[in-house]
Ligand binder design. Structure first.
Ligand code: GGG
Length: 361
């Protein structure tokens, strides 16, 4: 039986609870004899600030580099609101993504049949919805310099964030999107704002070139990010693979989440490049944050975290059948009526995090 070394970083808020739910499922996978997992647990985000004074210790980063895959819960919370910006909980996650060069963030937004009524939209608009958002994760305004707040002569302030993209950064994320589309419906929409942003002009130019040179069989549509947001709530099933930059990807995937019923439903994979030995670094995490308002109450939906484990099996370990089985278990649990509070309708008695994880397991 193959054995994989996983680094588990539960993080803050509901992170440890959803990670605990995922571990119930991991134990079941282990019992099936499909694969064995050696799990090392460490700190990231606010809990790491409390323990080490920094949101990501160098030792944790070294462990992350050594693991076959990383599973992360969520980071952040009001407890660390007064921490210096450079040292805030989110900086730990951003450092992990940057240092491991996890440039390709895959965020599938799937509307499970049993949840069509829980969607923010009418059933007919979301039934069968299956969008793959490909968010560029290590560039753009998240990392561009300068990034600062300065004080002007009159005492008022000036804040600057810088959006930077290079040809190489856009090329590699475009390849990921087109390759994925080749295995799906063969359609890619590329969202930017070339009408107001130079980085949008370059984004459109490079995506067009990669398409023409390598993927002529794939259908490509360029769409302005604001129109894309509108189309996601107007007619979401027009999209299959949607590739976009770091910031637009964050915003558009939160919109897409509400089409599936809840932010608690969206898993993600953050992937690096495949190296010479065929391996790549990868981190898997739910799209949602630490939800401090419900932390510690056994209320959080663990499906995004469990779905992230399914993505780990698929993309890091090539265990496609096991990933399909896990996705099927989520479908079945929902079809059987399992609901946490975020996806329970009016008058329904929701179950807790642990009960939902057990239903899937
Ligand atoms: N599980 C995701 C999470 O904790 N997100 C909080 C965060 O740091 N978000 C930054 C971003 O991805 O834009």
């Amino acid at each position: 039986m193959a054995s994989y070394k996983l680094l588990l970083l539960p993080g803050d808020g509901i992170g440890p609870e959803v990670a605990g739910g995922m571990q119930v499922v991991l134990d079941t996978l282990k019992e099936t004899g499909l694969a064995a997992f050696e799990i090392e647990t460490d700190l990231v985000g606010g809990c790491a600030i409390d323990a080490h004074g920094r949101p990501l210790a160098d030792e944790t980063l070294a462990r992350a580099k050594d693991a076959d895959a990383i599973l992360l819960g969520a980071v952040g919370g009001p407890k660390w609101a007064s921490v210096a910006y450079e040292n805030r909980p989110e900086a730990g996650l951003l450092r992990l993504r940057k240092e491991l060069d996890l440039f390709a963030n895959l965020r599938p937004a799937i509307c499970y049949p049993a949840l069509a009524e829980a969607s923010a939209l009418k059933r007919e608009l979301v039934e069968g919805l299956d969008i793959m958002i490909v968010r560029e994760l290590t560039g753009g305004v998240y990392f561009g310099e300068p990034k600062e707040i300065t004080t002007l002569e009159d005492g008022s302030k000036r804040a600057v964030d810088t959006q930077v993209y290079t040809t190489a950064e856009i090329e590699r994320i475009a390849h990921v999107a087109f390759d994925l589309a080749g295995k799906r419906s063969g359609r890619v929409a590329s969202a930017e704002k070339h009408n107001v942003m130079k980085s949008g002009v370059l984004w459109k130019e490079v995506v067009t070139k990669v398409h023409a040179e390598h993927y002529a069989q794939i259908e490509l549509e360029h769409i302005l990010a604001d129109n894309c947001a509108m189309q996601l709530v107007r007619r979401p099933k027009q999209f299959d693979v949607l590739v976009t930059d770091n910031l637009f990807g964050d915003v558009l995937s939160d919109i897409a989440a509400m089409l599936t019923g809840s932010l608690g439903m969206l898993p993600s994979a953050s992937l690096g490049a495949v190296d010479a030995s065929g391996l790549r670094r990868a981190l898997y995490e739910p799209v949602h944050g630490s939800a401090p308002d419900i932390a510690g109450q056994d209320k959080a939906n663990p499906i995004a975290m469990i779905g992230s484990l399914a993505m780990c099996l698929r993309y890091s370990f090539g265990l496609g059948d096991a990933a399909d089985a896990l996705d099927g278990a989520i479908t079945d649990a929902l079809a059987g009526g399992a609901r946490t509070a975020d996806i329970a309708g009016e008058g329904t008695n929701p179950m807790g995090t642990r009960a939902m994880a057990s239903a899937v397991a």
